[in-house]
Design a protein around this ligand. Structure first.
Ligand code: NAP
Length: 350
C-alpha cells in the first residue's frame, strides 16, 4: 500500500522549503523528501539542505545582513522604526543556519519531512507514483521537483580538504569574505562563469589568475574581452590545477599548476581557488520521465511559470536554472511552484 499525497516536494534547498512553506499555508499538507544522508550523497555534494549548507557566511540573502544583528539594528535603523520592531534573538546567518531556519519554518506550518531520496518516478499515470531509496512508495496528485544542482569539482583530494577554507565554487557567495580581500586568487575554467567570477573577484582580490586548460576562452566574446582587459586578471593559459597547497590552520596558501603542453609544474601563492567548470543538475532519476535540456536541466515549458513537460509536475530552483543559480532566485521559484501547484490542483478539482 502506498500513501496518497496532495503535493510531494523532492529536494530541500531554498526552492524546496519555500515551496513547502507556501504549500503548507495553502492547506496542501506537503510532504518533503529532503534527501538521504549517505556517504554517496556526501561525496557528490547532494546531502539534504542543498548547496547552501555547504557554504559558510551568507551575506547576499535579503533580510540577513552579516554580523551582530542587535547592534546592526541599533546603529542602522532609525529610532522610531526600531521601536516597532519585535526584539530579535540572533546574529547574522550562515548557509547551514539559513537552511535549518527555512526547514523549521516549513515544519512549523505542518510540512512533513522524510529523510530519504526519491529514486524512481512514474509520471505516466495519475496519481503520480514515487519510490524512495528505502523502498517507500508514495502517490502524489502534484509533484514539485527542487533537487538542485551540484558544482563540478576537479576531484583532487587536496581540493576536497580545503573546501570552505579557500576552495569555493561560488564567487558571488564567498568572494567578499575577509580571507580573500586584497589577496591573490585563482579561478579555474574558461567559460562565461569563469570570466564572470574572475571579473567579480577582481573587485576584492589583489590579482586573479584565470587558469584555463586551453589557450582560448569558451566564454562569449564581450565577457572574455572585459575580463582580459582587466588589469587585475592574469590569464594562465594551457594549465590545470595539479594540487591545492596549504595547512590546517590557514587553509589554502598556494596552488601547483601543471602545463597541458609539457607537464611542467610551477606554484603560485593564492589564498583562494574558485572552480567555474560547470554544474550538474540532480536529474538522474528523471531521465526519460520528463523533458530535460541537452545539459540535463528540467525544461520549463512556459515563460515565468514552473510548468514542466508533464502536467501536474512543477520544477523550482537550480534543477531548472543554469543561469541565475542564487539562493534567493531558488526560493522565489519555489514559491512560484507551490502557487502553480495549488492553482492546478484547484482547476482540476482535486
Ligand atoms: P561552461 O560553458 O560549460 O564552461 C566550463 C569551462 O570549464 C570550460 O572552459 C571548460 O574548458 C572548463 N572545464 C570543464 N571541466 C574542466 C576540468 N575538469 N578541468 C579544467 N577545466 C574544465 O560552463 P559555465 O561557464 O558555467 O557556463 C554555463 C552556461 O551558463 C553557459 O551557457 C554560459 O554561457 C551561461 N552563463 C552565462 C553568463 C552570462 O551571460 N552572464 C554567466 C555565466 C554562465 P573547455 O573550454 O576546454 O571545455
Amino acid at each position: 500500500m502506498s500513501d496518497k499525497e496532495k503535493v510531494v516536494i523532492i529536494g530541500s534547498g531554498p526552492a524546496g522549503w519555500a515551496a513547502a512553506i507556501y504549500a503548507a499555508r495553502a492547506s496542501l499538507e506537503p510532504l518533503v523528501f529532503e534527501g538521504a544522508i549517505t556517504e554517496e550523497n556526501r561525496l557528490a555534494g547532494t546531502l539534504p539542505l542543498g548547496q547552501l549548507a555547504l557554504t559558510t557566511e551568507v551575506e547576499n540573502y535579503p533580510g540577513f545582513p552579516s554580523g551582530d544583528l542587535e547592534s546592526y539594528f541599533d546603529s542602522s535603523i532609525e529610532g522610531s522604526r526600531r521601536q516597532i520592531m519585535a526584539p530579535h534573538q540572533k546574529e547574522g546567518v550562515s548557509g547551514p543556519e539559513l537552511m535549518e531556519l527555512m526547514r523549521q519554518q516549513a515544519a512549523n506550518f505542518g510540512t512533513r519531512i522524510i529523510t530519504d531520496d526519491i529514486l524512481e518516478v512514474d509520471f505516466e499515470n495519475h496519481p503520480f507514483r514515487l519510490k524512495s531509496l528505502e523502498g517507500k512508495e508514495t502517490e502524489a496528485l502534484a509533484v514539485i521537483i527542487a533537487t538542485g544542482a551540484r558544482a563540478n569539482y576537479l576531484g583532487l583530494p587536496s581540493e576536497e580538504a580545503y573546501k570552505n577554507r579557500g576552495v569555493s565554487a561560488c564567487a558571488v557567495c564567498d568572494g567578499a569574505l575577509p580571507r580573500f580581500r586584497n589577496k591573490p586568487l585563482a579561478v579555474v575554467g574558461g567559460g562565461d562563469s569563469a570570466v564572470e567570477e574572475a571579473t567579480y573577484l577582481s573587485k576584492f582580490a589583489s590579482t586573479v589568475y584565470l587558469v584555463h586548460r586551453r589557450d582560448e576562452l569558451r566564454a562569449s566574446k564581450i565577457m572574455a574581452e572585459r575580463a582580459l582587459s582587466n588589469s587585475k586578471i592574469e590569464p594562465v593559459w594551457n594549465h590545470v590545477v595539479d594540487e591545492v597547497l596549504g595547512d590546517d590552520d590557514n587553509g589554502v596558501s598556494a596552488v601547483r599548476l601543471k602545463s597541458t603542453a609539457d607537464d611542467s609544474t610551477h606554484e603560485r601563492d593564492i589564498s583562494g581557488m574558485f572552480l567555474a567548470i560547470g554544474h550538474t543538475p540532480n536529474t538522474n532519476f528523471l531521465e526519460g520521465k520528463l523533458e530535460l535540456t541537452p545539459k540535463k536541466y528540467i525544461r520549463l515549458t512556459t515563460p515565468f511559470r514552473t510548468y514542466t513537460s508533464v502536467e501536474g509536475v512543477f520544477a523550482a530552483g537550480d534543477v531548472a536554472d543554469d543561469y541565475y543559480r542564487q539562493a534567493v532566485t531558488a526560493a522565489g521559484t519555489g514559491c512560484m511552484a507551490a502557487l502553480d501547484a495549488e492553482r492546478w490542483l484547484g482547476e482540476k478539482g482535486f
